[in-house]
Design a protein around this ligand. Structure first.
Ligand code: PLP
Length: 472
């Protein structure tokens, strides 16, 4: 990588500053052909290409090119993985400089691995720095969740877990058991027993308050009631598992007080607190962890996605040293020693520090949020805009007063975004939230170009819906 200053480094990371559709329409002919071949051989389980029909060719920064030469702005980032963009050359070069690394070394010590863990420790907030152990398992986020649940059960000798409505923690049986979406859960019953779901603090859809302009703490009183009432039907849990910001659930950001109070109540009752930072961690919100925006402190933290630097698979848990009571070999996995991912993670830490990525996130995401708020004001269907750093949620409702969800509009909007060169994620309790997870390194220019496509697509979607309403 050439010698870049802080100011121009971010611009140098991307293939271009905007989208460009060069085929008559999308998908182009080569994408169509590859998707046909895919359909012949790959499982019916595949999902993304049904809504975003593209065959990818390459990626650089926030820009992805398809096999037909169309360029898209990527607000999906491989499901929130490419925090430093696609093919960040600072990272690829740092990996090369380490020579013939073993791609996987199980759990043998290597220079790279020890350096990675020590660097990770330095990046922790003071409340947990030097107080945590690191455990690697299988390379996916779901595996980190499995190990967090397992550890909490071993430490406490209890089996019950409290999870939260709207939470997403992965697809393996334990992780799925604490995931609330019924569509996912219905595929594989019975799940592990002893899981109880309580309401999350999602101010836009608070189930407690009639007028939820301010946080009343009723959900905390309900949580206390569930723990402390001998007739609650809930065995004393080993742990509560929380996403400090719900990602797949629709970018729901709880109030600071809720996260602090729920943690306090759990701790008072001898229950471990697991924060799932798989999506929100590694600076996605502008800080190493989303919980750092509050005073809450976890006992166990799960990490994956961005920590693998350039999209290499890596997952881990951090837990308080006093919880390190499991026997050697209790939670193992062949691919727990991915040296390339650890070298990439190390380089990512270096890049973040050298170029002050958290400040860049603050600068760019603040402007993006302001623009989205403006779009909301003039939009008929955008009921709420939520953002923390580079995680955004734009919730579509049929009526801003009743907040009736509008998932049909999302389908149209996502398609129009895609046709004009913007790839977005969709989530939400009712599949009615557009989600942006751009690389943290996105420039103001690319972000503006992406938002312009979004604004136009939103207007076109509104016109389409209005004209089909009047025709009825
Ligand atoms: C908060 C959270 N936890 C766990 C997972 C599961 O991670 P993986 O898909 O790598 O198994 C995800 C994935 O999106 C997630 O967002």
């Amino acid at each position: 990588m050439k010698n870049h200053t802080k100011n121009n480094i971010f611009a140098s990371l991307h293939a271009s500053s905007g989208a460009e559709i060069v085929t008559e329409s999308v998908p182009g002919p080569k994408s169509i052909s590859l998707m046909k071949r895919q359909e012949e051989i790959e499982s019916n389980n595949r999902s993304y290409p049904r809504e975003i029909p593209i065959a990818f060719q390459s990626g650089k920064g926030a820009i992805i090119e398809d096999v037909d030469g169309n360029r898209f702005i990527d607000f999906l980032s491989g499901c929130g993985v490419f925090n430093l963009g696609h093919n960040n050359s600072f990272i690829t070069e740092a990996i090369k400089s380490r020579g013939d690394l073993l791609t996987q070394a199980v759990d043998f010590p290597t220079e790279t691995k020890i350096e990675f863990m020590e660097r990770l420790n330095l990046a922790l907030p003071e409340t947990i720095r030097n107080k945590m152990k690191v455990n690697f398992g299988g390379p996916t986020g779901s595996d980190a969740v499995e190990s967090a649940i397992k550890l909490a059960r071993i430490v406490t000798g209890r089996h019950s877990i409290i999870a939260f409505q709207g939470g997403y923690h992965g697809m393996t049986m334990g992780a799925l058991s604490v995931t609330s979406k019924l569509l996912h859960r219905k595929a594989a019953p019975p799940l592990i027993p002893g899981i109880h779901f309580l309401p999350f603090c999602s101010p836009y859809r608070c189930p407690f308050a009639n007028a939820h302009s301010s946080y009343s703490g009723e959900c905390i009183r309900y949580f206390e009631f569930c723990l402390e009432n001998p007739y609650s039907g809930i065995d004393k849990p080993a742990a509560i598992i929380i996403e400090p910001i719900q990602g797949e659930g629709g970018t729901y950001i709880p109030t600071r007080r809720w996260l602090e109070q729920i943690t306090e109540v759990a701790r008072r009752n001898g229950i471990l607190v697991i924060f799932d930072e798989i999506q929100t961690g590694f600076y996605r919100t502008g800080k190493m962890f989303a919980f750092e925006h509050t005073g809450a402190v976890p006992d166990i933290v799960t990490m994956s996605k961005g920590i693998g630097g350039n999209g290499y698979p890596l997952s881990l848990i951090l837990y308080k040293k006093e919880l390190d009571v499991w026997e050697p070999g209790t939670h193992i996995g062949t691919f727990r020693g991915n040296q390339i991912a650890m070298a990439a993670g190390l380089a990512a830490f270096e890049f973040i520090e050298k170029y002050n990525v958290p400040q860049h996130v603050l600068d760019v995401s603040g402007e993006m949020k302001n623009k989205l708020e403006k779009i909301k004001e003039s939009s008929r269907y955008i009921g709420d805009v939520r953002a923390s750093g580079m995680i955004f949620g734009i919730e579509l409702v049929k009526n801003k007063n009743t907040k009736e969800p509008f998932p049909e509009a999302i389908k149209v909007l996502r398609k129009l975004c895609y046709e004009n060169g913007l790839i977005v994620e969709v989530g939400g309790y009712y599949d009615n939230v557009v989600r942006f997870l751009p690389p943290l390194t996105i420039t103001k220019e690319i972000a503006e170009n992406g938002l312009r496509i979004f604004t136009d697509a939103n207007k076109e979607m509104e016109n389409l819906i209005t004209s089909s309403d009047t025709r009825r």
